[in-house]
Design a protein around this ligand. Structure first.
Ligand code: GLV
Ligand code: GLV
Length: 317
């Protein structure tokens, strides 16, 4: 019987189906280290991994000729898997696009709104018993409706954020993306990242992670933002130079940041935690019950397709 390793507990109905079809091992002890990933590649026919499992080039090297033939990743992002190294030794990699697009875009809106309207600060004030009552100047913040949102990476998630900003909040949409996108509502493509950063009231980063976008948002990009600007990242921490972001926030060179992702999760720099003008979430983008079940199902469906000799529908390498 095909041996399947599931690296974290996923939704029960999906687990139950997996256990009917495969000889399943469910691990639930945090991410696989490089050595553990290599070991898993040697001992299982298929693996259902997720973010935090280190399927790096080194892991594939250590694994030699792996027994494993497919990594059915739970998640749209797969920057924790070296897909080229996988392909070289005949390991297919699949992901879970589409099913998490709206949930992730909704977290983008949550961060945009809560950072702009200083909801985190206000909440902390109420809980600390420090609220002294309504006043014309208490908790003043930035208006969102009608402003300009700048989207970095106009993929599925970027387009969903754009849609919500345009239809829900009457915002002007500008974007930076390798290719132009026809999105069914006005959206202006900017020629350079600096132009985008400088023209937007709110910047929302939705590019995929990986080598191509590592530190795309560097000190220069951040320096182009308006002092009123608010920066939101719902993609991957590695896309942003975190030290440069902390620097502009500390200096008040931008107004605030809403972050769902960090360079070294789950580590969040103390400097960020100390900043009142940041809203910090623990990588919740896809974390709705419905979405997480759909992601598990899609990851498993890809493994089932492979086990039946079909092409896994969401193959990425
Ligand atoms: C979550 O961040 C994912 O990549 O699905
Ligand atoms: C990410 O995969 C996206 O589709 O935007």
């Amino acid at each position: 019987m095909t041996k399947l390793l599931i690296t974290r507990r996923i939704a029960e109905p999906v687990l139950a189906q997996a256990e009917k079809l495969f000889d399943c091992t469910v691990r639930d002890q945090g991410g696989l280290s490089v050595e553990e990933a290599a070991d898993a590649l040697r001992h299982y026919d298929a693996i259902l991994p997720t973010l935090g499992d280190e399927f790096t080039a080194e892991a594939f090297e250590l694994a030699g000729e792996p027994r494993c033939k497919i990594l059915g990743n739970f998640g749209v992002g797969y920057n924790h898997i070296d897909t080229d190294a996988a392909a070289k030794v005949g390991v297919a990699v699949t992901n879970t696009p589409d099913v998490l697009t709206d949930a992730t875009a909704d977290i983008g809106m949550t961060l945009l709104l809560s950072t702009a309207r200083r909801a985190g600060e206000g909440e902390r004030m109420v809980r600390a018993g420090q609220w002294e009552g309504f006043g014309p100047k208490v908790g003043l913040s930035t208006h969102v409706t009608g402003k300009t949102v700048g989207i970095v990476g106009m993929g599925r998630i970027g387009q969903a954020v754009a849609r919500k900003c345009h239809y829900g909040f009457d915002m002007d949409v500008i974007y930076f993306n390798r290719s132009a996108k026809e999105v069914g509502h006005p959206a202006k493509r900017m020629d350079t990242l600096a132009e985008l950063m400088g023209a937007a009231d709110f910047v929302v980063v939705t590019v995929p992670g990986g080598a191509e976008t590592r530190k795309l948002i560097d000190a220069d990009a951040l320096a182009a933002m308006k002092p009123e600007g608010i920066f939101v990242n719902i993609s991957r921490g590695e896309v942003v130079d975190e030290a440069a972001l902390i620097d502009v926030l500390k200096r008040g060179a931008i107004t605030g940041a809403g972050l769902d992702v960090y360079e070294n999760e789950p580590h969040v720099p103390a400097d960020l935690i100390a900043l009142e003008n940041c809203v910090l979430l623990p990588h919740l983008g896809s974390a709705t019950t419905e979405t997480r079940q759909a992601m598990g199902q899609m990851a498993l469906d890809n493994i089932i397709a492979w086990s039946e000799g079909r092409e896994p529908p969401q193959k990425v390498n």
